[in-house]
Design a protein around this ligand. Structure first.
Ligand SMILES: [Fe+2]
Length: 304
């Protein structure tokens, strides 16, 4: 009775046209029909959309849409949110219909990160055709692994971590604490938690960091081959800085993802990767990874 996948994400932008260009021509997502002029929808699999980009005053990641399997699970998550003291707002029928789900509610985590929770898996079965020639986006069988992952900040790390486990039903995959102040007894360290809600290594990561100005640290999209990653990398380089490269190609130690990072028109990053680790949640023992990347992932803000 918990969340089962990252179903969609909501993004806000001042400039819908540059998001359209970025999503289709750099990331290789497919534009989907939208009933609203101020909303652009993008597909990556059988779902009618996975990215909802709305025109607004901010450039920001707005909210993840966490999927529940059915009405009972949805009601159970809402009851847990309410008993944990989180604000819950049930969306009206027309709002749920616009999101193409059966029922929808809005809430937030204890760090203040907004979220949506829904049930009703709508599928349009129109063939996915990438305008940039991406072979496929990896979302699991029937989309069970969700669209990728999202990384959020939580200055109140312990509280937020406990919330995602106890209230939302996530499990620990990989936990880390980085001691940046010498590592003495007075150094509390900076906590990281990589959490799963299906076989994907993590659908959510939390970092004990100050609130992100763009609503999220990054979100990850996974593609079907290393060539898909390499060609997208080339498209970013070819944009000559129009799409800023945030981190070079590299491989993460914990989820084995070979990826690079680029900045979206809304300011947060997209990690674009291949070959992420799939775990068996029933038998997985949480790990602690002592480093972040096996090779690469040189960040643009790092000095030589
Ligand atoms: Fe990531």
């Amino acid at each position: 009775m918990a969340v089962i996948s990252l179903g969609y994400v909501i993004v806000e932008t001042q400039d819908l046209a540059s998001w359209q260009d970025f999503a289709c021509n750099i990331a290789g997502l497919m534009a989907a029909p939208s009933a609203r002029e101020d909303v652009a929808l993008f597909r990556m699999d059988d779902r009618p959309y996975r990215l909802w980009v709305q025109k607004g005053e901010r450039n920001a990641f707005v909210a993840p849409g966490w999927e529940c399997a059915d009405r009972d699970s949805f009601e159970s998550v809402i009851a847990k949110l309410e008993s944990a003291g989180r604000p819950v707002e049930r969306a009206g029928v027309m709002e749920a219909r616009a999101r193409q789900v059966y029922e929808l509610a809005r809430s937030s985590d204890p760090a203040g990160n907004p979220m949506e929770v829904f049930y009703g898996r709508f599928v349009d079965y129109a063939p996915f055709i990438s305008p940039a020639g991406v072979s496929r986006f990896v979302t699991g069988d029937n989309g069970d692994m969700g669209l990728g992952h999202v990384v959020l900040t939580a200055p109140n790390f312990e509280e937020a971590h406990a919330f995602y486990k106890d209230v939302m039903g996530f499990g620990d995959t990989d936990l880390g604490r980085f001691y940046l102040m010498g590592g003495g007894p007075d150094d509390p360290g900076v906590g990281f938690a990589f959490l799963h809600c299906n076989g994907r290594h993590h659908s959510l990561a939390l970092g004990q960091l100050p609130e992100s100005p763009n609503g999220a640290v990054h979100m990850m999209l996974e593609v079907g081959s290393l060539e898909d990653v390499g060609r997208a990398y080339d498209r970013v380089l070819k944009s000559k800085g129009k799409v800023p490269l945030s981190a070079t190609l590299g491989r993460h130690v914990n989820d084995k993802m070979t990826s690079f990072y680029m900045q979206t028109p809304s300011g947060f990053d997209i990690e674009y990767g291949w070959n992420g680790l799939v775990i068996d949640p029933a038998s997985w023992v949480p790990t602690t990874s002592l480093s972040v990347s096996d090779w690469g992932h040189k960040w643009a803000h790092e000095s030589e």
